[in-house]
Design a protein around this ligand. Structure first.
Ligand code: COA
Ligand code: MG
Length: 299
C-alpha cells in the first residue's frame, strides 16, 4: 500500500468525548498515536456547542503533534451540525473523521469545504486529512468501490457495526456464538478492500467491551493478520494492546529480512524454499511491507 506523502500511519486512535475535560487530559497521557475528539455520538446534543469550543481550545493548546495526532469526529455531513463542527478547522486538526457516509462524494464535498476553511483560518493548505467511516449506512455498503481518487485528503477508511445495525433495524449485530453476523463481516471485509483499493490506511472498528482485554488483544491481532494497519479504541486501557498488535514483532521482522535477503541474493528467482515453505512474489511483497511499516514507526 502506498501512502500519499506526509501521512504518518497510526496504529491506535482513541475516541475522547470532546466535552470531557477529564478524558481529554487522560487521553493525552496514553500512548495512542491519535486522539479522536468526538463531537458526534459520544456527546449529548445539549452539549455539542460546548464540545466544539472545547475541541477547538484543545487543538490550539496542543500544536506539537509529533507524538500524538489530533483528529475530530464531526456530525454527518447532511446536517447543519457538521457545518458548525467545522469551526475546529481553526485549530488545524490532523484530520476529520466523517461518520455515516453514503459514498465517496461526501468525502469530496468535505474536502472542498476544507479548501475554503484552511485559507480562511490560515492553516497550511491540504493538511487536514479525512478518515471516512465507510459502513454506517445501508447505502455505504454499495459504494465501497468509490473512494479511489476522491480526495488527496483521504488518509484512511474505517468501519462501524453499531450504527449499521440501527439502520438495518437489527436488535443485535452478533450471532449466537458472539461473532459478527454476516452483514457486519461484509462491512469489515468491504472496508478493508476499499481502503487498499484507494491506497489509504484500513483502520479496524472498536472493541466495545473495554473490560475484555483478552478479547481485544485477539481481535486486534486478527485485524492485523487480515490486513488492517490500525484500530480505534474507546478506553485508555485498550491503547497498549492495540499498539502492540499493529507493531511488527522482532520475530516477524527477522523473518521478513530473511525473505527479502533471499530474493535479493538470488536475482531472477521467482520462487524459492525457506524452512520447508514455498515462497514467491506475494511473500516477498508482504515481507517488504512489514519492513517498510517498521521503518515508518521507527521514524
Ligand atoms: N478517553 C480518555 N479517558 C477515558 C476514556 C476515553 N475514551 N474512557 C475512560 N477514560 C478515563 C475515565 O475518565 C477515568 O478517569 P478518572 O479515573 O480520572 O475519572 C478512567 O479513564 C477510567 O475509566 P472507567 O471508569 O474505566 O470508564 P468510565 O465508566 O468512566 O467510562 C466510557 C466508560 C465507555 C463511557 C468511556 O470509556 C468513554 O467515554 N469512551 C469513549 C466513548 C466514545 O467516544 N464513543 C464514541 C465512539 S464509539
Ligand atoms: Mg456512531
Amino acid at each position: 500500500m502506498s501512502h500519499p506523502a506526509a501521512i504518518r500511519p497510526v496504529r491506535s486512535m482513541l475516541f475522547v468525548p470532546a466535552d470531557s475535560e477529564r478524558k481529554l487530559a487522560k487521553g493525552a497521557d496514553t500512548a495512542a498515536d491519535a486522539l479522536i475528539l468526538d463531537l458526534e455520538d459520544a456527546v449529548a446534543p445539549s452539549r455539542t456547542a460546548i464540545a466544539r469550543g472545547m475541541a477547538l481550545d484543545y487543538l490550539r493548546a496542543h500544536t506539537d503533534r509529533s507524538r500524538q495526532q489530533l483528529w475530530v469526529r464531526i456530525n454527518p455531513l447532511d446536517g447543519d451540525a457538521a457545518l458548525l463542527d467545522l469551526m475546529v478547522a481553526g485549530g488545524a486538526p490532523d484530520g476529520i473523521v466523517l461518520p455515516k457516509v453514503r459514498s465517496a462524494s461526501e468525502v469530496t464535498r468535505l474536502s472542498n469545504f476544507l479548501d475554503a476553511l484552511e485559507v480562511r483560518e490560515g492553516v497550511a493548505r491540504g493538511t487536514i486529512r479525512i478518515m471516512a467511516v465507510a459502513t454506517e449506512t445501508p447505502q455505504a455498503l454499495f459504494t465501497l468501490g468509490s473512494y479511489e481518487g476522491c480526495s488527496s485528503r483521504l488518509a484512511a477508511l474505517t468501519w462501524g457495526a453499531e450504527d449499521l445495525a440501527a439502520a438495518l433495524g437489527a436488535s443485535t449485530n452478533r450471532r449466537p456464538d458472539g461473532e459478527y453476523d454476516t452483514v457486519y463481516q461484509l462491512a469489515c471485509a468491504g472496508c478493508l478492500a476499499a481502503a487498499h483499493a484507494a491506497a489509504v490506511q484500513p483502520i479496524d472498528t472498536i472493541w466495545p467491551d473495554f473490560k475484555d482485554e483478552a478479547g481485544l488483544a485477539q481481535d486486534a491481532r486478527r485485524a492485523r493478520q487480515r490486513g488492517f494497519t490500525g484500530k480505534m479504541a474507546i478506553h485508555p486501557a485498550q491503547v497498549d494492546a492495540i499498539n502492540a498488535a499493529f507493531t511488527p514483532s522482532d520475530e516477524e521482522l527477522a523473518w521478513s529480512r530473511r525473505v527479502v535477503d533471499l530474493f535479493e541474493s538470488n536475482p531472477g528467482l521467482g520462487t524459492v524454499g525457506l524452512d520447508g515453505k514455498m515462497l514467491d512474489m506475494p511473500h516477498l511483497k508482504q515481507a517488504q511491507r512489514v519492513l517498510a511499516l517498521a521503518q515508518r514507526f521507527a521514524a
